[in-house]
Design a protein around this ligand. Structure first.
Ligand code: SAH
Length: 475
């Protein structure tokens, strides 16, 4: 290690910034946020820095840098963009044994500014010692995504109640159990909803009790359509909190790979010979069993958990059993498949309404498809002939454009474009398999122009063609 990590208490202490350009402006903002008494010396000053000076937040000297300006400083930043001045600042700081950061010059700097993830009062700082700032920034992005936003408010609450916690839990072990409970349970959930008083009440309640309540909970999480980049950040954090993950077969292995390594994973898809009701009962029993043992259970479903996923029934069951739950939405197949097939579900010239429907039963089809409507069908591919025939019977023209998106957002994505009257035959010819989603309506045709991902098949030309645009890499 060639740099010593350190957090400085700069509150009320003079810090000199030489320069008032864009880079200096960012440093000034950060220093002000940390409570430093900022003194700026610069020849040219950006308007935002002027505004701060006028508001009395900083002291501004417009003119040349002089070493004497360092006399009262605790810390120095050289951010002028002029190497000669920057060096003069660094030399003057060195002579006075002051730590000095020269922007973009690791050689001249005696102090480095890390990349940070700010969850004040919790701050994560990452440094590559000036060797590779890109690496530090990359790590920062990853950590930013992983660290719960409410963790700062939690740390502040725990600090505020520190003496009460010590008094109620004098033993270190008991205190640790309380902190762990606070980090994982309802206190954090309340802070996440921006309910600080509720969080405080929950904490007081727990402190008044001798033992910690068992606090199993279920997070009903949408995994999105398959591409790991389409999982939400909250979903990713949930996967990292999980003790147990109950997932459907539709959930991609790439998404599962993002979960905590030591989480117990249970595939709860339908097993041969079992009917849907029995499957659902088995899932309910598993949810209850693990939650009652105090575990954090993630119920992971493809797409969005409350769109054709029986998520609603699971919530009803949990509510009935008094188990705490949260719901993390996911990108549902309709939105993902449309986006990845270049099909705008609404378009000023073609459609203003979108209906999500399923083709599980004839009675589910959703009635007549109206003008200016895009209809999206979630379904088993085997029901396609019935669906197409039924829509034609209801009066939808056989020439209505359709797009059948197979494996949307996944590496093997194929989109079959056909007219309603030809679709079932074309789907058989191309052996389209589940999971596949059907988009019916004028907008479907736009995909032949706007496709950017996967393979596009055209029932009319009977030749597969790749989109003209270069293949984008799935997130
Ligand atoms: N809750 C899920 C839907 C579950 S129903 C969601 O919100 O997306 C299962 C149906 O969703 C499949 O039969 C298929 O029609 C559709 N589906 C899910 N993922 C898909 C994908 N990656 N590509 C195409 N269709 C998909």
């Amino acid at each position: 290690m060639n740099h010593f990590p350190l957090f400085l208490d700069v509150r009320g202490r003079p810090v000199l910034v030489v320069g008032a350009g864009l880079v200096a402006e960012r440093k000034i903002a950060l220093l002000c946020a940390a409570g430093a008494q900022v003194v700026v010396v610069a020849l040219q000053v950006r308007p935002q820095v002027q505004v701060r000076a006028q508001a009395g937040e900083i002291t501004l000297y417009q003119g040349e840098f002089e070493p004497g300006q360092l006399d009262s400083a605790w810390l120095v930043f050289a951010a002028t963009g002029d190497p000669v001045t920057n060096r003069a600042v660094a030399d003057a700081a060195q002579a006075r044994r002051l730590w000095c950061n020269v922007v973009d010059d690791a050689e001249l700097s005696s102090a480095q500014v890390p990349a940070i993830v700010d969850r004040s009062p919790v701050v994560v700082a990452i440094s590559s010692g000036g060797a590779a700032p890109v690496v530090a920034r990359h790590l920062r992005e990853r950590i930013e995504a992983q660290v719960e936003p409410a963790v700062g408010s939690l740390a502040a609450l725990l600090a505020h109640r520190r003496s009460a916690i010590r008094a109620a839990r004098p033993e270190l072990r008991a205190r640790r159990a309380l902190y762990r409970w606070a980090l994982e349970g309802p206190v954090l959930a309340a802070l996440r909803c921006d309910l600080p008083q509720r969080a405080e009440a929950l904490l007081s309640d727990a402190l008044a009790r001798r033992t910690m309540p068992i606090q199993g909970r279920v997070l009903l999480v949408g995994a999105g359509p398959g591409a790991p980049g389409l999982l939400t950040l909250r979903g990713l954090r949930a996967l990292n909190e999980a003790d147990v993950i109950l997932h459907d077969r539709l959930v991609s292995t790439e998404v599962l790979a993002l979960a905590r390594r030591d989480a117990l994973r249970i595939s709860v898809g339908k097993v041969p010979g079992e009917d849907h009701e029995a499957t659902q009962r088995r899932i309910h029993a598993l949810l209850l069993q693990h939650a009652r043992r105090g575990r954090c259970v993630v119920r992971l479903k493809g797409g969005d958990p409350l769109v054709y996923g029986r998520g609603g029934e699971e919530l009803e069951f949990l509510r009935g059993q008094g188990v705490a739950y949260e719901v993390v939405p996911g990108i549902t197949a309709a939105l993902a498949c449309a986006a990845y097939a270049g099909i705008p579900l609404t378009h000023r010239d073609h459609a203003s309404t979108v209906t999500l429907a399923t083709a599980h039963r004839r009675s589910d089809l959703g009635g007549f498809v109206g003008e200016g409507e895009t209809r999206v069908y979630y379904m088993g591919v085997e029901r396609l002939p019935m669906l197409c025939a039924e829509l034609v019977r209801q009066g939808l023209p056989a020439a209505t454009p359709c797009a059948l998106v197979e494996n949307g957002s996944r590496p093997g994505q194929r989109t079959l474009h056909a007219r309603l009257g030809d679709l079932a035959v074309a789907a058989r010819r191309y052996a389209v398999c589940s999971p596949a989603l059907l988009i019916v309506g004028e907008v479907a045709d736009l995909g032949t122009q706007l496709a950017w991902f996967g393979e596009t098949l055209d029932a009319d030309s009977s030749v597969a063609f790749a989109p003209s645009a270069p293949q984008a890499i799935a997130a």
